[in-house]
Design a protein around this ligand. Structure first.
Ligand code: NDP
Ligand code: OXD
Length: 312
């Protein structure tokens, strides 16, 4: 029985070694676009993939689970997934840690006005700025799942005033919880630094648009570390150029790599990173994957399974 690996990253060997360390007996086959290394399709029990071609799963009659190589499954959903085969989302402590660092870094960047200090340094100017009270800085996180809840808890530990928005109501220590479409306006109205950690679904596409940006207080900051299509690019640029939004940090884009001619590249109030807010760490990710493979082999369901209805 074999595991088929469809790489998102260059370092296949790192994955092969990490998986071998956890599941020594696993026959690891590489899913290249020409399908040359697949061997007998009937051998394949598990697929570890980011976004294989539409219909690619059809020829795998004994598939028991599809493991997504990332936390977001939007690349997999809609690829003619075989019915009854669970798609397992990645929950990786290394990925969670990376996202926590990214969110804290950019929140502090805006909160502590480090861009203004960088500009002063460049101009050779010695100028202290008033220091805002962290306890009064209202950070709002769209999405209170694995990554959002973790970032919220760590921002809270730094004494930020943190709220989150999700589909279902949450009871998280020290975090104000808003939920559903009805809860969104109040959540936005209190949010000075908006962090997006939602999955990309039909409901969340374009969620950061002229209307929602306008509901943030004047001078708010936006950090998008989830998916590019959450943002209406022109609306964000207009909100920044119009002075309502102070600045934005974007890690993800409609097209990746971000096309050279896109105005985000040169906008003075937009920071961009190349979909690197947090990268899957094979050595930590394989622990959960191997655990799930053992569960399936023991007849238990893997966790967490993507709900095809909600799309995450
Ligand atoms: P989870 O599935 O654990 O959490 C998703 C959260 O979003 C949940 O709280 C969920 O609500 C909420 N949500 C989903 N749909 C809606 C909706 N329509 N309205 C309100 N809330 C909604 O995901 P993760 O935290 O693991 O990951 C989040 C996303 O981060 C990924 O989907 C991916 O796109 C992105 N990501 C980006 C990376 C990068 O490097 N840039 C790296 C890793 C992930 P509820 O709790 O009620 O279900
Ligand atoms: C992910 C990502 O979803 O890398 O894990 O974006």
């Amino acid at each position: 029985m074999a595991l088929l690996f469809s790489a998102k990253f260059e370092d296949v060997e790192r994955w092969r070694n990490a998986l071998a360390a956890e599941l020594g007996d696993m026959d690891f086959r590489l899913w290249t676009p020409d399908g040359a290394n697949i061997g007998d399709p009937a051998d394949i029990e598990f697929v570890l993939a980011w976004g294989p071609k539409k219909g690619a799963f059809k020829e795998l009659p004994n598939l028991k689970a599809i493991f997504c190589l990332g936390a977001g499954v939007d690349h997999l959903i809609g690829r003619d997934l075989p019915k009854g085969v669970p798609v397992v989302r990645l929950v990786d402590p290394g990925l969670t840690r990376g996202m926590r660092e990214y969110v804290i870094y950019w929140t502090l960047h805006y909160h502590r006005r480090f861009k203004e200090y960088a500009d002063s340094t460049a101009a050779g100017v010695w100028k202290q700025l008033p220091q805002a009270d962290t306890r009064k800085r209202r950070v709002g996180i769209l999405g209170l799942g694995v990554l959002g809840a973790d970032a919220a808890a760590h921002l809270r530990a730094l004494e930020f005033d943190v709220a989150g928005w999700s589909r279902s109501a949450k009871a998280l220590d020290g975090i104000e919880s808003f939920h559903g479409a009805d809860g969104l306006p109040a959540f936005l109205a209190r949010t000075e630094i908006l962090v997006n950690l939602l999955p990309l679904t039909p409901e969340t596409t374009d969620i950061i648009n002229a209307e929602t940006l306008n509901q943030l207080p004047k001078g708010a900051f936006v950090i998008n570390a989830a998916r590019g299509p959450h943002v209406v690019d022109d609306d964000l640029i207009a909100a920044i150029d119009g002075g309502h939004i102070a600045a934005a940090t974007l890690d993800v884009f409609h097209a990746e790599p971000l096309p050279a001619e896109h105005p985000f590249w040169t906008h003075p109030k937009i920071n961009i990173t190349p979909h690197a807010a947090s990268l899957t760490v094979p050595e930590t990710a394989v622990v959960a994957i191997a655990d799930n493979i053992r569960r399936i082999r023991a007849g238990d369901p893997p966790f967490p399974i993507v709900d095809p209805e909600s799309g995450y």
